[in-house]
Design a protein around this ligand. Structure first.
Ligand code: PMP
Length: 426
């Protein structure tokens, strides 16, 4: 018998609640989660448990209900859950900023705490445009990115998402017109490096910045590319006086096997965004880091301030849990854990290559992707995955996973079996 309370929740949800990229009223029934612990989500109806292969969209790297993170939130809650950040400061925010400066690529020195990944990208863009205005080059106000990217759902980030076939195609006429290079190939090709050089050089006078996701393009298609392209971008941006922004919101905090994906290339961007796993998936917070050069430029301008200051900026609860999450990560041999998951994914997903309709299987760090030659039927895939005891959220032609780093070998194998079964089911 279905639980009437759960039935009521589902019905009210359908009638009143927007879900990500969803219609109103909703057309599919979301699963109701009652609680989550370790790598398992516990559903409300009957207590069914699913292994979470999504880390709640890249964020819950330590799993759910972690005692250390719980303590950090509780401890902070007893002191204060929030105070405004204008004119006030507090230990969690200051300590978090210092940790971010310490662990991020050398040269990033200043930190703006934002309330979501998209807002941190807005802030990054504002920093770049304002820098050029302040140093007397106001014509530099366009952005360049490569196709296949994703940077968030607010207005400026949408303008640098992939313009074709992505989630924001509807807005192509209304968004600021940015400059798009071709999508980066997986392997290094000199001709593509030349293409990047050519297009950046051609537009340099009007470009404030180049913005890319380093090494892994996430929500735009789960594609990986050679880190060598990041060195090309750094070199051309320096030559042509264009700022370089890395969006590490998905890749940050170890996901690709290095703490930040920029480290694969040994490159420091001028501005870097982090989010998602920053709080260990506990609540929303992101950060925009920049170099002294960018901050000095802004501070020398006619309006020498960065005019951005959200109400919940630097939220103490989020900052405290972020500090705890970073400390927890660094206190363990996380590289070995990510490598262990990488091997498990390689081994477990290999069989999917032989499934009819599968065109590619790829793994990098704790990220595994099965690409099909057709769109995945989301509802049918969810049913198959659920029967296998796994939660994944396929999109477009992709069934993919980025599990919490604490996922044991058996659960990694289970995620792989489920993903392959979902691929086979079409
Ligand atoms: N940039 C990247 C690379 C992302 O993956 C995302 C989220 N999927 C964002 C920006 C936007 O972050 P948020 O959803 O927290 O606004």
């Amino acid at each position: 018998m279905p639980d009437p309370r759960v039935q009521e929740l589902v019905e009210l949800d359908r009638r009143h609640v927007w879900h990500p990229y969803g219609p109103m009223p909703g057309r599919t029934e979301p699963l109701v989660v009652e609680s989550a612990s370790g790598v398992r989500l516990r559903l409300a109806d009957g207590g069914e448990e699913l292994v979470d292969g999504m880390s709640s969209w890249w964020s819950a790297i330590h799993g759910y209900n972690h005692p250390v993170l719980n303590d950090a939130v509780r401890g902070q809650l007893d002191r204060m859950s929030h105070v405004m950040f204008g004119g006030l400061t507090h230990e969690p925010a200051v300590r978090l900023a210092k940790r971010l400066v310490d662990i991020s690529p050398e040269g990033l020195e200043h930190v703006f705490l934002a309330d979501s990944g998209s807002v941190s990208v807005e802030v990054a863009i504002k920093m770049c445009l304002q820098h050029w205005r302040s140093v007397g080059r106001p014509a530099k106000q366009r952005l360049l990115t490569w196709r296949g990217g994703y940077h968030g759902d607010t207005w400026q980030p949408m303008s640098v998402c992939d313009p074709d076939g992505g989630m924001h195609e509807l807005w192509s006429g209304a968004l600021p017109k940015q400059v798009f290079a071709d999508a980066p190939p997986a392997q290094y090709e000199e001709s593509y490096a030349d293409h990047l050089r050519e297009v950046i050089t051609r537009h340099a006078d009007e470009l404030a910045a180049v913005i890319v996701e380093p090494v892994v393009q996430g929500a735009g298609g789960m594609r990986f590319h050679s880190p060598a392209y990041l060195r090309v971008l750094r070199e051309v941006c320096d030559e042509q006086d264009v700022l370089l922004v890395f969006d590490e919101i998905a890749t940050g905090f170890g996901r690709t096997g290095t703490l930040f994906a920029a480290e694969h290339a040994g490159v420091t961007p001028d501005v870097m965004c982090v989010g998602k796993a920053l709080t260990g998936g506990y609540m929303t917070m992101a950060a925009t880091l920049c170099t002294a050069r960018v901050a000095d430029g802004i501070s020398r301008g006619e309006v020498p301030v960065l005019a951005h200051g959200p109400t919940f900026m630097g939220n103490p609860l989020a900052a405290a849990v972020s500090c705890a999450s970073i400390d927890l990560l660094l206190a363990q041999d996380w590289q070995t854990e990510v490598k262990r998951i990488e091997s498990g994914l390689r081994e477990g997903l290999a069989a999917a290559s032989d499934v009819p309709g599968v065109v590619d299987v790829r793994v990098l760090g704790a990220i595994g992707v099965i690409q099909l030659d057709h769109q995945v039927d989301g509802a049918a895939a969810t049913d198959v995955l659920r029967r296998e005891g796994v939660w994944l959220r396929p999109f477009r032609d992709l069934i993919y996973t980025m599990p919490p780093y604490i996922t044991g070998d058996e659960d990694v194998a289970r995620i792989c079996r489920a993903a392959a079964a979902a691929a086979a089911a079409g």
